[in-house]
Write a protein that binds this ligand. Structure first.
Ligand code: CP
Ligand code: NVA
Length: 311
């Protein structure tokens, strides 16, 4: 895998081999860190971390991943810089590109992260937009590999807001990597048909099946269920409507019973709003794997920085 100098904006831009290569590198960096071995591939590099929306895992993963490899991270919050208020994205991109070696962006519009990449001249990493959350998928897939050995042929069911950034990115990643992927959601929250069509094209290559359904029995035989908050950041005003739509889709014991399997696991990107998308009981039952997944954010984000920017 050689992705030096490239941005990481959506998994659509990466081949299955490149995604697999990033997972291999993350596993290697994780094993080394557990032995107390850190790298120096970001030595002398400065990276900007732009956050229009709040974050625990993504911010800490970029910060620690960068410092572990000898780089310097600089946090730029919503109130700290002029981006999009007083200064155009294009101008901010050109300024930051003169000072920093890489830029992470978390915010609303996918167009902003793409514009930063276009005009900064340095690798830009998508730390979540309304549309996609590609670094999260690497952590999810590393966790699935740790649990099941390999990704190809696994059956993964996303339950909840089937048109949010997580559902979209999991669908792209699964289609590329040969994971059978189902979105289980009420029709009102199904993903854009154009993205489903694109993913079905990827799926033809990898041998994966993409299913969009509102039937709860779709969880039958699943290796893993996945859920996420019912209201993503910026959609808090939709709470009442979402609760009404998604209540039948809560991940609870009853839904797990429908899998017909004792070995099905649960993944959650976190933060979790217990009592809504998942019951406290089920969340706690799978806490070990869910917090492995959270830890894996750091190893996988480090791998993305090392592969695109490292020496
Ligand atoms: N999963 C995730 O992106 O978490 P944060 O919002 O805390 O970064
Ligand atoms: N869909 C969630 C993901 C959080 C990591 C959100 O955008 O808020």
């Amino acid at each position: 895998m050689n992705i030096k100098g490239r941005s990481f904006l959506t998994l659509k831009d990466f081949t299955p081999e490149e995604i697999g290569g990033l997972l291999d590198l993350a596993a290697e960096l994780k094993a080394k860190k557990k032995q107390g071995i850190l790298g120096s591939s970001l030595k002398g590099k400065n990276i900007a971390l732009i956050f229009e929306k709040p974050s625990t895992r993504t911010r800490c993963s970029f910060t620690i991943g960068c410092v572990d490899e000898g780089g310097h991270p600089e946090y730029l919050g919503r109130e700290d810089i002029q981006l999009g208020h007083k200064e155009s994205v294009k101008d901010t991109a050109r300024v930051l590109g003169r000072m920093f070696d890489g830029i992470e962006f978390r915010g609303f519009s996918q167009q902003t992260v793409e514009e930063l990449a276009r005009y900064s001249g340095v690798p830009v990493w998508n730390g979540l937009t309304d549309e996609y959350h590609p670094t999260q998928i690497l952590a999810d897939f590393l966790t699935l590999r740790e649990q099941f050995g390999e990704l190809k042929g696994l059956s993964l069911v996303f339950v909840g807001d089937g048109r949010n950034n997580m559902a979209n990115s999991l669908m792209i990643g699964s289609a590329k990597m040969g994971v059978h992927f189902t979105i289980l959601a009420p029709k009102e929250l199904w993903p854009a048909q154009s993205l489903v069509d694109t993913c079905r094209e990827y799926a033809k290559e990898s041998g994966s099946r993409i299913t969009i359904t509102d039937e709860l029995d779709a969880v039958k035989g699943a290796d893993a269920l996945y859920t996420d908050v019912w209201c993503s950041m910026g959609e808090e005003d939709k709470a009442a409507e979402r609760v009404a739509l998604l209540k039948p889709y809560q991940v609870n014991q009853e839904l797990f019973d429908r899998t017909g399997k004792a070995s099905t696991i649960l993944l959650h990107c976190l933060p979790a709003v217990k009592g809504y998308e998942v019951t406290e009981e089920i969340f706690e039952k799978f806490a070990d794997v869910i917090f492995d997944e959270a830890e894996n954010r750091m190893h996988t984000i480090k791998a993305v920085m090392v592969a695109t920017l490292g020496d």
